[in-house]
Design a protein around this ligand. Structure first.
Ligand code: NAD
Ligand code: UDX
Length: 466
């Protein structure tokens, strides 16, 4: 049986970093090398001050502290790591294509292909290549073809091992996953590779939770899981709009339906809309795949999950303008939270970006506060939209480190991320320091409605008629 001694992981991002840190922690006898082309990112992973890791995740710095330098290494020597490893995880980004055929829909696989070619070119021994990135169904076939074309007689096995961790809970999701999914080819070589990977996870995950499937099921399960999760959020958000008209309360509805064990209580939190690097990208990818197989109805069905999310973000921003007497021009508005959810510094596809952009088009003056997101990130996110010039974004948006400074003298406060600290603020003080009427828009339904209303706020939450 193959026993893995050296693992390499290409891509030291939100998935590669935490995943490899946990594997290294649990398998002290395996050397784990995480490589990336970004020198800056690798330097941050190696920073002696663990508060400077490139990714913020609760519990991550403790795991890195334990394993780094022992059997966990971060470096930029991609070729060296490939040569040394028996098993190579590909954990690079697979963003939505921004050019050419499938622009705005299909997954851009150029980074994955580069990895496959590099592995084929530098490998001097047999390797197991593991797809950790989220990939369209049948990508393993392409990877295999590239590897075989350049293999010089070496044996490569390709496995699919999608990652289900959610940001903000990455370490606990990795330590205690609902399941681990491993797909491999049905030939004996493929099954031996599957067993080698099973043995790694089995060090800390109960074998009953390690699911092995054929490789296409594994690839397609990942897209399907994200589509189902996002669909739940869009479904409850659709109902939130109906609640705001009818006087029903969306959180009460979520509780009522969630107690039905067939529906379940999780992922029914109405919000300003889902964000993050995965949901939109993976659903678009699914839609694209369905369309390319000629399955129009299937594509239309899943596409609606995205449309509902766009509607939810737009609706929230429109409501701010409407309530502020149809104009926010020159008005100070505090944006509380920029990350796409709490406990992460990731802002990719965050609803806050789109709400801010809408308000900036209405010439609002935005003051942004987020406990973990840096000012440069906020500006980069707005610049990326290309809606207005970089100078204008810097003129209209201020990013501050003190939440009270963000809210002082504001016409309105909008809560866009559900950071726990927001609940503990002195909302009396905030109210006293704001322009009146003081508008408070809770895009995450985290504030106690009765309390803030008693303080005098004009309060609006998602899925609730004020
Ligand atoms: P990321 O952008 O944080 O990290 C990817 C890293 O890969 C970057 O640091 C980049 O510099 C590096 N990279 C790109 N090409 C490279 C190359 N040729 N050689 C070396 N390094 C290279 O992305 P992420 O959020 O970690 O996502 C990675 C994959 O995992 C994606 O396919 C994503 O869909 C999937 N995924 C993400 C999550 C999540 O919550 N973020 C969860 C599950 C799955
Ligand atoms: C998601 C999947 O959950 C994870 O399994 C996969 O590996 C990667 O994609 P992530 O994007 O990190 O994880 O976070 P998630 O917790 O799924 O939240 C996504 C978005 O949905 C966030 O903006 C969150 O605020 C929003 N959301 C989630 C809601 O608005 N309501 C909910 O009830 C749940």
């Amino acid at each position: 049986e193959t026993r893995i001694k050296h693992i390499a992981c290409i891509g030291a991002g939100y998935v590669g970093g935490p995943t490899m840190a946990v594997i290294a922690q649990k398998c002290p006898d395996i050397k784990v090398t995480v490589v990336d082309i970004s020198r800056e990112r690798i330097a941050e992973w190696n920073d002696s001050n663990l508060d400077n890791l490139p990714i913020y995740e609760p519990g991550l710095k403790e795991v890195v502290a334990e394993a780094r330098g022992r059997n966990l290494f971060f470096c930029t020597d991609v070729e060296g790591a490939i040569r040394e490893a028996d098993m190579i995880f590909i954990s690079v980004n697979t963003p939505t294509k921004t050019y050419g055929v499938g622009k705005g829909m299909a997954a851009d696989l150029k980074y994955v292909e580069l990895c496959a070619r590099q592995i084929a070119n530098v490998a001097t021994g047999n390797k197991i290549v593991v797809e950790k990135s989220t990939l369209p169904v049948r990508t393993a076939q392409s990877i295999r073809t590239i590897l075989d074309a350049e293999s010089n007689g070496l044996q490569f096995q390709v496995l699919s091992n999608p990652e289900f961790l959610a940001e903000g809970t990455a370490v606990s999701d990795l330590l205690n996953p609902d399941r681990v999914l491993i797909g491999g080819s049905e030939e004996e070589g493929g099954q031996a590779a599957v067993r080698a990977l099973v043995e790694i996870y089995a060090r800390w995950v109960d074998r009953s939770k390690i699911l092995t499937t054929n490789i296409w099921s594994s690839e397609l399960s990942k897209l399907t899981a994200n589509a189902f999760l996002a669909q739940r959020v869009s479904s409850i958000n659709a109902i939130s709009a109906l609640c705001e008209k009818s006087g029903a309360d969306v959180d009460e509805i979520a509780r009522a339906i969630g107690m039905d064990s067939r529906i379940g209580p999780k992922f029914l939190k109405a919000s300003v809309g889902f964000g993050g690097s995965c949901f939109q990208k993976d659903i678009l990818n699914l839609v694209y795949i369905a369309r390319s197989y000629g399955l129009t109805e299937v594509a239309d069905y899943w596409e609606q999950v995205i449309s509902m999310n766009d509607y939810q973000k737009r609706r929230f921003a429109e409501n701010i303008v409407n309530r502020l007497f149809n104009t926010v021009s020159g008005k100070k508005i505090a944006i509380m939270g920029w990350a796409f959810k709490k406990d992460t510094n990731d802002t990719r596809e965050s609803a806050a970006i789109y709400v801010a952009d809408y308000l900036l088009n209405e010439q609002a003056e935005l003051w942004v506060y987020d406990p973990k997101v840096k000012a440069e990130r906020v500006y980069a996110d707005l610049d990326y939209l290309n809606t207005r010039g970089e100078d204008e974004n810097r003129k209209l948006v201020k990013v501050v480190r003190d939440p009270y400074e963000a809210m002082q003298g504001a016409h309105a406060v909008a809560v866009l991320t559900e950071w726990d600290e927001f609940k503990a603020y002195d909302w009396q003080r905030v109210y006293d320091d704001m322009k009146k009427p003081a508008f408070l828009f809770d895009g995450r339904n985290i504030l106690d409605r009765n309390k803030v209303k008693a303080l005098g706020f004009e309060f609006e939450a998602i899925g609730y008629r004020s």
